[in-house]
Design a protein around this ligand. Structure first.
Ligand code: AGP
Length: 613
């Protein structure tokens, strides 16, 4: 949700912290702040709004530029509105201890009362501020080591956190701890960078230590000590970040979202590379080898995830039932974790997540494991918590996805579902010839996506025509109903247009009442078994003067007679069609948002990784 950074080393901390915050801004961007320790004093600056506002505020402020150790934060408000007082870092009463936090302190009301009864004064409406006063309470004016005071404070806390603390009494030390929110430690040459994710660390080092839940680190110029929050030493392995700096930069694109939409031929290839053996014509999924016996016994699949990843799950339901003949259900992770799901022998729970840190999805993993299910993770971020906690999994290899609106991760999630279903299906009933056909078709997908991307300018003109309409509908059947949902979500989250996705046949059971003169209605209508039925639904909307935008299969001239606009995609076997039909909808949403002057990469009220419940 929020982004936190800590630095200790030789460089000017404020510069490193500001650059780190910029890399993490997609995690939350409603207020920001930093604190640097220099000359035994904590110097703090906070502001409402973007990192750029913070940068302006510290420009020329000598008290800030001096130090080589500090902490910083970019916020996605949960408790207390986005303003300067509620921005992090939070200071204790005497201004000796500062703290940044990502997560939610669930028992903060009780703790706040306890502290207020002891005379502590609160300057903000946040849950986080109780933490810094608790640490201050246990540090007893610096008599107690900072890490011990933090441990004592965390023993009182329930909830989630990724946090970094600094004290003027121990000016060379940072204390970091995590439970439920991600925290990574970058190990550089004579310097350390602590951050919510790797993108803020990469320009300093690729050597990282991933903290697990209930672990903490004491970082100083002399080195790092890692232990549990109960003070049991933990030895940690240094791992390598796979991504390059160039990959996390925008390049010549105006927005990360456009870059990531345009990268889909590569990201699709990367999801396939090394997993399609074109010589033996088989699927190879190294990440599942160890559990092949358990997989052979799978009798039921539950896919659980959130947002766009949930839409990928809905496509997966069709894919696993058609290509692997395994009964499959899809659950919102936020519902699954609380509804006491029935998990019998042979149940495999697949969780899908780009970030690998979404709190509801992580909790669903833990619930499924608690109930004895085999858990698989389809995740993009290497080393993320969901990747580490599932029994096995497959990385998407889509590369870093910075734009808040998920695009390339979605197509890679579907590819990984197809690969897994093909492997399971071939082990159960699928003939080698059918397998070979799907392998060839999947291998051809990247090129077909390239062809669709060439229509970006034409799609832009369609977006321009309707960008002022405040209500859109997206309709599809079968495999394409989830694509209609995804098209609607993309438009909603970046252009703030109200859009609804529906199974096309559901229209006449109510929503058709919404249709009025000129309302844009997008049909996902490639050639497939329900094509004729969709044509009927198009007629229903035309009769009520809705404006018809169709995504259709190349060469389909019939649909031209019914639609106001047609965006053609190459043909493909039905289970693979969602990989193609979603791309025009991503571009439609992107262009509509740009034309409406919206902040495409950082839409209001959203964050890239939802690490709180
Ligand atoms: C999609 O564009 C959104 N960013 C959001 O719905 C996202 O898909 C959801 O929060 C799940 O995130 P995850 O894939 O990182 O778990």
């Amino acid at each position: 949700m929020c982004g936190i950074v800590g630095y200790v080393g030789q460089k000017q901390a404020s510069e490193v912290l500001i650059e780190g915050l910029k890399r993490l801004e997609y995690r939350g961007y409603d207020s920001a702040g930093l604190c640097v320790c220099h000359g035994g004093r904590l110097n703090l600056v906070k502001t409402a709004g973007r990192i750029s506002a913070l940068e302006e505020k510290i420009a020329g402020d000598d008290t800030i530029v001096a130090g080589t150790i500090g902490i910083a934060h970019t916020r996605w408000a949960t408790h207390g509105e986005p303003n300067e007082a509620n921005a992090h870092p939070h200071l204790d009463g005497p201004g000796k201890i500062a703290l940044v936090h990502n997560g939610i302190i669930e028992n903060y009301v009780t703790l706040k009362k306890f502290l207020q009864d002891k005379g502590y004064e609160f300057r903000s409406d946040t849950d986080t501020e109780v933490l810094v006063h608790l640490v201050s309470e246990f540090s007893r004016g610096g008599e107690v080591a900072l890490e011990t005071a933090v441990q004592l404070a965390l023993a009182e806390v329930s909830g989630t956190y990724g946090l970094v603390v600094i004290s003027a009494d121990e000016p060379d030390k940072l204390v970091a701890a995590r439970r439920g929110s991600p925290l990574i430690l970058g190990v550089g040459t004579d310097e350390y960078v602590i951050a919510s994710d790797a993108s803020a660390i990469l320009e300093h080092t690729a050597n990282v230590i991933y903290l697990n839940d209930n672990e903490m680190a004491v970082v100083s110029r002399d080195g790092v000590r890692t232990m549990t929050i109960d003070n049991v030493p933990v030895s940690k392995e240094i791992q390598q970040i796979e991504w390059s700096l160039e990959q996390i930069a925008k390049g010549n694109y105006e927005h990360f979202m456009l870059k990531e939409i345009m990268e889909q031929p590569q990201s699709a290839s990367q999801a396939i590379t090394g997993r399609l053996d074109l010589r033996e014509m088989r699927v190879v999924l190294g990440g599942l080898t160890e559990i092949s016996r358990e997989l052979a016994k799978v009798r039921r699949i539950i896919i659980t995830s959130c947002g766009t990843a949930w839409h990928a799950g809905l496509v997966g339901e069709f894919i696993f039932e058609e290509l692997a003949k395994i009964p499959t259900e899809v659950e919102y992770a936020s519902e699954f974790r609380y509804r006491n799901p029935i998990i019998e022998e042979g149940t495999c729970v697949i969780v899908i997540s780009q970030s690998g840190e979404t709190a509801d999805t992580l909790a669903a993993v833990r619930e499924a494991k608690e109930k004895g299910a085999l858990t698989l993770g389809f995740v993009n971020v290497v080393g993320s918590t969901i990747a580490r906690e599932t029994d096995a999994g497959i990385y998407l290899h889509a590369g870093p996805e910075i734009g808040v609106a998920s695009t390339k991760a979605f197509t890679s999630q579907i590819i990984v579902e197809i690969l897994t279903a093909l492997m399971l299906g071939r082990g159960r009933f699928m003939s080698q010839s059918t397998m070979e056909q799907y392998i060839r078709e999947l291998d051809a997908i990247p090129e077909k996506i390239t062809k669709i991307l060439e229509q970006s300018d034409r799609i832009k003109e369609i977006a321009r025509t309707y960008s002022e309409r405040e209500n859109w509908l997206f309709l599809g059947r079968g495999y394409h109903y989830p694509i209609a949902l995804e098209g609607a979500l993309k438009l909603k989250e970046i252009s703030y247009i109200h859009a609804e996705g529906l199974p096309a046949a559901e229209m006449k059971h109510g929503p058709i009442a919404l249709i009025n003169d000129g309302m844009p209605v997008v049909f996902v209508a490639p050639r497939c078994e329900t094509y004729e039925k969709v044509l009927g639904n198009i007629e229903e909307v035309r009769a009520r003067k809705g404006k018809i935008i169709c995504v259709a299969t190349e060469g389909d001239t019939d649909i031209e007679k019914l639609a106001d606009h047609v965006i053609y995609v190459p043909d493909a076997p039905v289970p693979l069609q969602p990989l193609l039909t979603v791309v025009p909808l991503q571009l439609l949403a992107y262009h509509a948002a740009v034309i409406r002057g919206c902040s495409v990469d950082k839409p209001r009220n959203l964050a890239k990784s939802v690490t709180v419940e």
